[in-house]
Design a protein around this ligand. Structure first.
Ligand SMILES: NC(=O)c1ccc[n+]([C@@H]2O[C@H](COP(=O)([O-])OP(=O)(O)OC[C@H]3O[C@@H](n4cnc5c(N)ncnc54)[C@H](O)[C@@H]3O)[C@@H](O)[C@H]2O)c1
Ligand SMILES: O=C(O)C(=O)C[C@@H](O)[C@H](O)[C@H](O)COP(=O)(O)O
Ligand SMILES: [Zn+2]
Length: 353
């Protein structure tokens, strides 16, 4: 079974192809969108051990000249220091604006490699081959590319849409349970903000096996929900902010714990629960909504309440939230499961509990 979506962004439009086994055959799809000669693959040390040979051999047998860089896995690779290493390797490869970058990995590699593609030689094309659940349902779509600074998450970045997204659900077989569950948190986010029926389906899931049983539907539905909002607001000035539900706190949580204790999805889980519990208390969300979120997080062994809303160090990160407009905070709140809105407020929102 193969599913495709088209992200309609004028000259920045592209396809998302979701197909089990497509990793063995990426060259055929890439030939349709890239007519050049050289391809540079950016990946990490875990992903490369499973998939780099397959992808690079396939591309070489299709006639491309291929080189690659293998970076250490983990969030700390999404950094300024990685940029210089990659730019150097691209210069050694004699990369030109007509050549192509492929990001083969999770959200760290996609965000970092996408940022490299958006800046090197003032911009080259890139293709995303996401290999984690999180990157297949979220980060490979929409063109937000970035690196972290010690002072905060994704603080340097741009919008650079990929030319193609190739999703092979089979590669999730090699992910550990923690990383599958982590990605599932962004899936739950879509249900919370846009689709009650989807949330109810997810609510019945209790394990990795349940997720994998429905994997093609989960990926397709998530990418489709994201596609719609990205088409409406590519540059994140309005509707797209809704995809940031849970992230106002999550980015502070990740940075506060030095990107070590909680992964992105785990921090988003806490952020979604705590903001909803708070807004419920303030009468801004239907009663019982945070309980529903908590139930599903508990099923997947997530921490859901670390009192982030009372932690001044975590809250201090809110000043660099990209949804801010001067002193006005745009916080994403749920009316109820399946429906959300942008609430304009200020830091007092968190202080006045
Ligand atoms: N750009 C966006 O719209 C967007 C959206 C959501 C998240 N993000 C970003 O994505 C990042 C998190 O991405 P992630 O959760 O994919 O983390 P990740 O890229 O760090 O991957 C998690 C771990 O899984 C390993 N891995 C990847 N694919 C594998 C596979 N198929 N088999 C075995 N191991 C595999 C990696 O080596 C890594 O150790 C964060 O930096 C977050 O900010 C960006
Ligand atoms: O694509 C978006 O827009 C999102 O907000 C998706 C988020 O899941 C993702 O974590 C994103 O990287 C957050 O972006 P930021 O602008 O808050 O840094
Ligand atoms: Zn996210």
């Amino acid at each position: 079974m193969s599913n495709s979506l088209h992200v309609d962004l004028g000259k920045n439009s592209y396809d998302i192809i979701i197909k089990k086994g497509i990793l063995k055959n990426v060259c055929e799809e890439i030939k349709k969108v890239y007519k050049g000669e050289k391809i540079f693959i950016i990946t990490d040390d875990i992903v490369s051990s499973f998939y780099l040979d397959k992808v690079s051999q396939d591309l070489k047998s299709g006639g491309y000249s291929v080189d690659y860089i293998v970076l250490p896995n983990g969030e700390s690779t999404k950094s300024l220091s990685s940029l210089e290493v990659i730019y150097d390797a691209l210069i050694d490869f004699k990369m030109t604006r007509k050549d192509l970058i492929i990001t083969l990995g999770g959200g760290v590699i996609g965000d970092l490699g996408g940022f490299v593609a958006s800046t090197f030689l003032r911009g080259v094309d890139f293709i995303q081959i996401p290999t984690t659940l999180l990157s297949q349902v979220d980060s490979s779509v929409g063109g937000k590319v970035a690196i972290d600074l010690a002072k905060g998450k994704n603080l340097v970045g741009s919008f650079h849409q990929p030319k193609l997204v190739l999703i092979d659900p089979n590669v999730l077989a090699t992910l550990d349970d923690r990383t599958v569950n982590d990605g599932f948190m962004e899936v739950i986010k879509y249900g919370c903000i846009f689709d009650k029926e989807f949330f109810e389906l997810l609510y019945k899931m209790h394990s990795r096996e349940d997720i994998l049983e429905h994997i093609e539907h989960i990926i397709y539905k998530s990418c489709d929900l994201k596609r719609k909002v990205v088409e409406e607001d590519e540059k994140d000035t309005g509707e797209r902010m809704k995809l940031n539900f849970g992230h106002t706190l999550a980015h502070g949580i990740e940075a506060y714990y030095n990107y070590e204790k909680y992964t992105h999805g785990e921090a988003v889980a806490i952020g979604m629960y705590e903001i909803t519990a708070l807004s419920e208390k303030k009468g801004l969300t239907k009663k019982g909504t945070s309980d529903k979120i908590r139930d599903i997080l508990v099923n997947f062994g997530m921490d859901y309440d670390i009192n982030a809303v009372h932690n001044e160090n975590i809250l201090s990160h809110i000043s660099s939230d990209k949804k801010n407009e001067g002193s006005i905070l745009n916080v994403i709140l749920l009316d109820e499961i399946g429906s959300c809105y942008i609430y304009k407020t200020n830091l007092e929102f968190f202080k006045d509990k």
